[in-house]
Design a protein around this ligand. Structure first.
Ligand SMILES: Nc1nc2c(c(=O)[nH]1)N[C@H]1C(S)=C(S)[C@@H](COP(=O)(O)O)O[C@H]1N2
Ligand SMILES: [Mo]
Length: 214
């Protein structure tokens, strides 16, 4: 069987664990589970837009065509779901907030410290700016070389994870990436998003196992 050639789940998990890549309380999955609240939103490229607002020098609105002209990055990340599955070496492609800032498309005001991701149907999720501009966060249109599946956030999602083989202060549980992402709000103080209001952690550091409470 191919799966035994590639190594079974337990063998892979042991390998990853001895490499120091398995956060506390997590286990390796070779699948890609789907987790979200509510239905999967439809996508209409003619009406879709991406908005940047709040504490920025100038608010922005990009259409789907315009968003696709922005510069892109490809990133490999380990992703860690708070429900205890982790998936390793996942490959994403999309737009990086740091690039948009460096290129002058987005100018955060100096007092902006946090970002709220705004998604379809009013779903929200908060992260500090330093996480959103770090190497462990991406606004992704593609997974594994293909456009996202609708249930994984097509056409655009936040992805929050960890760099393979590295531990960073910015590593977050996977819920800190909002699926069906439609905008970013820059804020001076932190505010709980959807899951945070339900009791999940504001900070969600995977190595400190910040799952619940704040
Ligand atoms: N819009 C939206 N994004 C969301 C969620 C959600 O409920 N709605 N759930 C989060 C949670 S809890 C997780 S673990 C990941 C799951 O992403 P996946 O379904 O691609 O595995 O999406 C995150 N993003
Ligand atoms: Mo989750």
């Amino acid at each position: 069987m191919l799966s035994s050639l590639l190594g079974g789940r337990k063998e892979q998990e042991d390998q990853i664990k001895s490499a120091g890549r398995l956060p506390p309380g997590q286990s390796l999955t070779q699948k890609f589970p789907v987790l979200h609240y509510g239905p999967i939103p439809p996508f209409n490229p003619a009406t879709w837009d991406f908005r940047v607002f709040g504490l920025v020098e100038e608010e922005k609105r990009w259409t789907w065509d315009e968003f696709n002209q922005l510069s892109r990055r490809k990133m490999a990340l380990d992703i860690h779901c708070v429900t205890r599955w982790s998936k390793f070496d996942t490959v994403w492609e999309g737009v990086h907030l740091k690039d948009l800032i460096d290129q002058g498309f987005i100018k955060p005001r100096p007092e902006a410290k946090f970002i709220m991701q705004h998604c379809e149907y009013g779903f929200t999720v908060n992260v500090p700016i330093e996480v959103a501009v770090s190497g462990v966060f991406l606004m992704a249109t593609h997974f594994d070389g293909k456009p996202l599946d609708p249930d994984h956030g097509y056409p655009l999602r936040g992805v929050a994870g960890a760099l393979p083989g590295q531990h960073s202060e910015d590593d977050r549980y996977f819920w800190k990436g909002g699926k069906w992402l439609r905008g970013l709000e820059f804020m001076t103080s932190d505010r709980p998003g959807f899951w945070e209001q339900a009791g999940y952690s504001m900070t969600a550091n995977v190595w400190k196992e910040e799952r619940f409470g704040w």
